[in-house]
Design a protein around this ligand. Structure first.
Ligand SMILES: NC(=O)c1ccc[n+]([C@@H]2O[C@H](COP(=O)([O-])OP(=O)(O)OC[C@H]3O[C@@H](n4cnc5c(N)ncnc54)[C@H](OP(=O)(O)O)[C@@H]3O)[C@@H](O)[C@H]2O)c1
Length: 359
């Protein structure tokens, strides 16, 4: 090992660039000296999250320029008893196991932050040894890179907040997203009847191939009516939704008002379609619940990973790009939104050897 690492760094865009798009620059940095209790993780694969794009667009709060990008890794690491074990990084700090919200007011996500200046779009990362989790054996490095951030978010939204269980009717909106896809896989494995929305027919069919019962295109004005008909066709499981897992926002409550059961839950973890969600007296009178959900705890991620290993769930990888040098292409794919699953980078090392397993 050279003692140096390549890392993708966010740099403030030149004044006047409209719309704002900060630069993502590959830099060479010195690998920091390990402090007691840390391990050095050799990164084999990293995955994009939509957050990375929000950061470049200047639409994510608390971002420190000059810090490294990224949140999710698969790796082989060096240090104490974990030497040569395949691990992945816990993508956040400050939330260990509180059932409702982070214990720490300084809760933060790796990548772009100034509280914990660690980003994972890098060849090597030094982290505390208790902030890595052993990899389930059935996943290769790319699939593993696709797991942690989406997993902890999807697990908390579906299993902790929506309390999805066998026989429930669940709608997952925006089926093509990394978090949404994991949510679909978790709910299907839990025995729920899963329905989806997407902006693409092709993505709906792919979600069905993963076990969803069916889906509708959110670009059609009458998608809630279409969804109601789909639910009626599968009346064996009831004709209303028990829960909705949403990343769109906007007028969702109004749209699904008639097909969400009284007392049903809408768990929202993102607002891709609109920066707010409407909640009216109509929902109050139906005892419907709207729950905000962000990431999850370290314990949630451990629980999700056990569930993944037990059900042999394989996270969906859309594309594998070759080398951190190709990061720009990844941002463009995210911007176009035509991916289905995670966009992953195979991280090259100085020896030029491919260290990751095949997809
Ligand atoms: N709170 C948290 O902890 C947390 C964690 C991760 C992500 N997020 C947020 O969740 C969202 C998705 O993140 P991701 O990483 O999964 O993103 P992604 O992989 O880039 O996917 C983008 C998502 O947006 C959906 N979408 C696009 N236009 C839409 C519209 N008009 N209405 C409804 N959905 C629309 C897409 O659905 P189709 O492709 O199927 O059309 C897809 O699900 C982002 O807003 C992100 O910031 C929040």
């Amino acid at each position: 090992m050279s003692g140096r690492t390549k890392a993708l760094v966010v740099k403030q865009s030149p004044p006047g660039r409209k719309p704002v798009l900060h630069d993502a620059v590959l830099e060479e940095q010195v690998i920091p000296q390990l402090t007691p209790g840390q391990v050095l993780v050799k990164i084999n694969a990293v995955a994009f999250n939509h957050r990375d794009l929000w950061i470049r667009k200047g639409q994510y709060p608390g971002i420190a320029f000059g810090s490294t990008f990224g949140v999710v890794v698969a790796a082989s690491e060096r240090g104490d008893s974990l030497i040569n074990k395949r691990v992945f990084l816990v993508p956040m700090r400050g939330w260990e196991k509180d059932p409702y919200a982070p214990e720490s007011p300084k809760f933060t996500i790796l990548g772009g932050g100034n509280v914990v200046p660690i980003g994972t779009f890098s060849q090597y990362v030094a982290v505390e040894r208790d902030q890595v989790i052993l990899s389930p054996e059935h996943l290769n490095d790319y699939q593993l890179a696709a797991w942690p951030l989406g997993a902890v978010t999807a697990w908390r939204a579906t299993m902790v907040n929506a309390e999805v269980k066998k026989g429930d009717n669940v709608l997952v909106t925006g089926a093509g997203g990394g978090v949404a896809l994991t949510a679909i896989q978790l709910c299907v494995a839990a025995g729920a009847s899963v329905y989806v929305t997407s902006g693409s027919e092709d993505k709906i069919q792919k979600a069905v191939a993963l076990g969803a019962r069916g889906g509708v295109n959110y670009k059609s004005k009458d998608w809630p009516v279409q969804l109601g008909k789909l639910l009626a066709q599968h009346s064996g499981t009831g004709t209303q939704l028990d829960a909705v897992i949403d990343s769109g926002g906007g007028d969702l409550m109004g749209q699904i008002g008639k097909i969400l059961k009284a007392g049903g839950k809408v768990v929202i973890y993102g607002m891709t379609a609109a920066p707010k969600i409407n909640f009216t007296m109509r929902e109050v009178l139906k005892n419907q619940r709207l729950i905000g959900s962000t990431m999850g705890s370290h314990q949630d991620l451990i629980d999700a990973t056990k569930f993944l290993a037990h059900h042999r769930i394989v996270p969906i990888v859309s594309r594998v790009l070759d080398g951190l040098e190709s990061a720009e292409e990844g941002f463009q794919i995210l911007e176009r939104g035509d991916h289905f699953g995670k966009v992953v980078i195979h991280v090259r090392h100085d020896d030029g050897k491919k260290t990751s397993s095949k997809l």
